[in-house]
Design a binder for this molecule. Structure first.
Ligand code: UD1
Length: 419
């Protein structure tokens, strides 16, 4: 499957942001801990969400989509969960299945999951997840490509993360919810998705404090109920569309977002000369007359998100001057560079640094998406290019953006999908 993009149209109009992929996946994993039905509003219909729903079904839950005033709601009934093995075929499709370790340990006292392995952006180890669970008393065996973990009763302890890993923070939080006593997670990740997970778990009766700060305190409880909850909007989708306005010389109103979650992106876009104005749940973006080069360094939240690095790099290809982009989170997140070069970008990389000399114009080419966010960057570059761009590998993009091509077309982009 590919996207065919005829570039050069300044995007104009309003786009509504969907629920956050990186929030709903841990929320769905957390439903394993519930003893009653959970309703999740604003759930995005993404491939990754479908995979997580299928995993939950195979564990014994019932999961279905409901309609509510035109919006979609995901209903999970976890009462009959009894299987502790996460199905291999689905683990291969989605790394986030590793999130199920903490909740399954909490609920059933054991879990077996295939080792998720690396991915397009680097090796992505899970040592911090496993060490955190071990501190809470899990016995972990890694053999023949599987991880087996068991614990009759997890016990609250101090967990110090060597790095504020988003996934490890979430996994340990979920394991700690039904543990005996108090768990304190130090050097925890501070991403908004962690706060969303805390709020969801607390709705079910958990006692968690501190998410959004670097120390999280989880007081174990005996049992969780169910919850009705609305997932936060996707800050990376919002950031991608902000860049879409800036890179095409257009003007967009980004509706249904939390501007505070986008502070680092807003600050950098303003430095490029792009006009950004925030209101309660909307952001108005108007392109700069001419883009100015800026330097970017990816960092854990509230720093500039690694998930926006490729998209921002696409924009900087067209900025006047030289920009330096430093990727500190993932080892191998420059695969878009070679593809952007095919479109006329001037980029040199050394290790984790890319030096981008802005050019006045990019030109359409056939390019290949190898992961979700680099696919988004190539689409953005295509929208701003002269001529036609073919982006192959769009299944990566569809894992994490809900109806991106439709949303872009609604604000004027000439983009279509072909099989
Ligand atoms: C989450 C996001 C992903 C985002 C990333 C960083 C989800 C579903 N995915 O991924 O979109 O790009 O945060 O913001 O929420 N690390 C270890 N050992 C571990 C765990 C992580 O060394 O046990 C390293 C990773 O290799 C990476 C860094 O820590 O270099 C950050 O990873 P982490 O924060 O865990 O990212 P994810 O939770 O996988």
């Amino acid at each position: 499957m590919q996207y065919i993009i005829d570039g050069g149209v300044p995007l104009q109009g309003t786009v509504r942001i969907s629920g956050a992929k990186n929030a709903i996946l841990p929320l769905l994993a957390a439903t394993v801990l519930a003893s009653q039905k959970c309703l999740i509003h604003d759930a995005p219909a993404l491939n990754d969400v479908a995979v997580m729903a299928e995993i939950l079904r195979r564990l014994g839950a019932s999961v279905r989509w409901l309609e509510d005033n035109g919006g979609r709601v995901l209903e999970v009934d976890p009462r009959h969960i009894c299987v502790s093995e996460v199905p291999d075929d689905l683990v291969r499709q989605m790394r986030s299945s590793i999130f199920l370790m903490g909740p399954l340990l909490g609920r059933l006292g054991r879990v077996r999951v295939a080792y998720p392995g690396g991915c397009a952006i680097g090796p992505r180890p899970i040592d911090l997840h496993l060490r955190g669970l071990e501190v809470l008393g899990a016995r972990i065996h890694e053999r023949f490509g599987y991880i087996d973990a068991e614990a009759t009763q997890l016990v609250g302890r101090e967990v110090h993360l060597d790095f504020p890993s988003v996934g490890a923070t979430e996994n340990v939080m979920m394991a700690a919810v039904l543990a005996q006593g108090v768990t304190v997670i130090r050097n925890a990740a501070k991403e908004p998705e962690i706060v969303d997970l805390q709020n969801f778990l607390n709705h079910m009766g958990a006692r968690i404090k501190g998410a959004g700060l670097d120390v999280i305190r989880v007081e174990g409880v005996e049992r969780l109920g169910g919850a009705e909850y609305a997932v936060i909007p996707d800050r990376i989708e919002a950031g991608t569309l902000m860049v879409a306005a800036g890179i095409t010389g257009g003007e967009l109103l980004i509706d249904n977002c939390i501007p505070e979650h986008l502070d680092a992106i807003t600050a950098k876009l303003r430095e490029t000369g792009t006009f950004v104005e925030e209101s309660t749940n909307r952001i108005h973006v108007r392109a700069a007359d001419r883009l100015i080069a800026v330097d970017i360094k990816t960092l854990p939240y509230p720093g500039f998100p690694t998930d926006m690095q490729p998209q921002m790099m696409a924009l900087l290809c067209l900025a006047e001057g030289t920009s330096i982009v430093t990727e500190t989170i993932f080892e191998n997140r420059f695969k878009h560079v070679e593809e952007l070069r095919r479109m006329g970008a001037q980029i040199k990389t050394e290790g984790r640094t890319a030096v981008i000399r802005g050019v006045p114009m990019l030109s359409g080419a056939a390019v290949e998406a190898t992961d979700l966010r680099n696919g988004a960057a190539l689409i953005l570059a295509g929208l701003a290019s002269e001529g036609t761009t073919l982006v192959n590998g769009v299944s990566h993009v569809e894992r994490g953006y809900e109806q991106l091509e439709l949303k872009l077309a609604q604000v004027g982009a000439r983009i279509r999908k072909s099989v």
